[in-house]
Design a protein around this ligand. Structure first.
Ligand code: TYM
Length: 333
């Protein structure tokens, strides 16, 4: 039986952090055996924030090395760089014709970005969900493993897929579904600053590439409060966030140990943070060692990118041909 297709990507704007890992990459690794997977580096998406050519190139190399270091196997999954597959931008152009200003302006990611970079509210930001839909639909994905923050963008991709099918009276695109490996809800990894999610630009992230000393320092500095004064009280957001992180990286008995201490007001946040830092390090340290090794091997990185581009283009070209036929681009010569 044919394996269902999976597509997902990450923007190369720095190092991968724990949010990227637990929200996305860990699911990629778990899926690569049983699904037809395409994992890519969304370098075109990253242009919305105007990186320098040097930063762009370094970012792409870093994510590629980090994908491999995390355990994505280029023999099992297709790993590629978005800009190596021009079929994606061609499909994006076509999809733009059926994406409307009102719906694009209403997406929260657009509104957030427009607020974050008021001097650079470019058209790429506005049509960001259309490019993302093209990434997904070009391989006819059934599943898209992403973190909770991408839920709305994925909803747009579903809408665009259905709309295209309807307009052209076809079933060319499956409706792509969000995916978490264990069927759990999509996750949001919180940051260390007491609010919101862990993010590259928020300055609240722990990167996979971080050395243990830096991890300990960051975790020990994480925002908390003065501690509970009433037994069994509700945790304020910064404390809840630390517990969420603990639940992600530690064993259930560690979590219940600190939970019990919180509930009887005997908790010392310093102890919780020490434990959290060590449990994060046991995830990141082996990955970091592999990242360092792989970053030295330019030949291997180039080979993986070349192989991935070839495989991704083959799949993309097939879909694009079908789409062009449906739209009415007929060959006259
Ligand atoms: P990006 O580069 O911001 O993030 C990459 C992946 O990491 C997940 N993630 C998180 N998950 C949980 N908690 C967090 N704090 C956290 N921070 C990041 C994101 O959900 C994402 O899965 N638009 C996308 C990239 C993209 C894409 C696509 C994804 C472009 N085309 C097609 C899937 C399919 C983005 O900016 O992700």
């Amino acid at each position: 039986m044919k394996k269902p297709t999976v597509v997902s990507g990450i923007r190369p704007t720095g190092y991968l952090h724990l949010g990227n890992y637990f929200g996305a990459v860990r699911n990629f690794i778990r899926m690569q055996n049983d699904y037809n997977c395409y994992f890519f580096i969304a370098d075109i998406h990253s242009l919305t924030t105007h990186p320098t050519p040097e930063n762009l190139q370094a970012g792409v190399k870093q994510v590629l090395a980090e994908y491999l270091a995390c355990g994505i196997d280029p023999e099992k999954a297709t790993i590629f760089i978005q800009s190596d597959v021009p079929e994606i931008t061609e499909l994006y152009t076509f999809m733009n014709m059926n994406a409307y200003l009102g719906e694009l302006e209403r997406t929260t990611s657009f509104k957030d970005k427009a607020r974050q970079q008021p001097d650079n509210v470019n058209a790429g930001l506005l049509t960001y969900p259309v490019l993302m839909a093209a990434d997904i639909l070009i391989h006819k994905a059934h599943f898209v493993p992403v973190g909770k923050d991408q839920e709305q963008n994925l909803e747009m991709a579903r809408k665009f897929a259905k709309r295209f099918n309807r307009i052209y009276n076809s079933e060319v695109f499956p409706t792509p579904k969000p995916f978490t490996f264990d069927g759990a809800d999509m996750i949001k990894v919180p940051g260390l600053d007491g609010s919101g999610k862990m993010g590259k630009s928020e300055g609240n992230a722990i990167n996979l590439y971080e050395d243990p000393k830096a991890i300990r320092k960051k975790v020990m500095r994480a925002v908390t409060d003065a501690g509970p004064t009433e037994p069994n009280s509700t945790k304020p957001e910064p404390v809840e966030n630390l517990f969420t992180l603990l639940k992600i990286v530690s064993t259930p008995d560690v979590v219940s140990h600190f939970d019990a201490q919180y509930n009887d007001c005997s908790i010392r946040y310093g102890d919780l943070k020490k434990q959290l830092a060590e449990d994060i390090i046991s995830y990141t340290e082996p990955i970091r060692t592999r990242i360092i090794d792989i970053l030295h091997d330019d030949e291997y990185l180039a080979k993986v990118a070349r192989m991935g581009a070839e495989k991704a283009r083959e799949s993309a070209a097939k879909t694009l041909n079908e789409v062009k036929g449906l739209i009415g681009f007929k060959r006259l010569f």
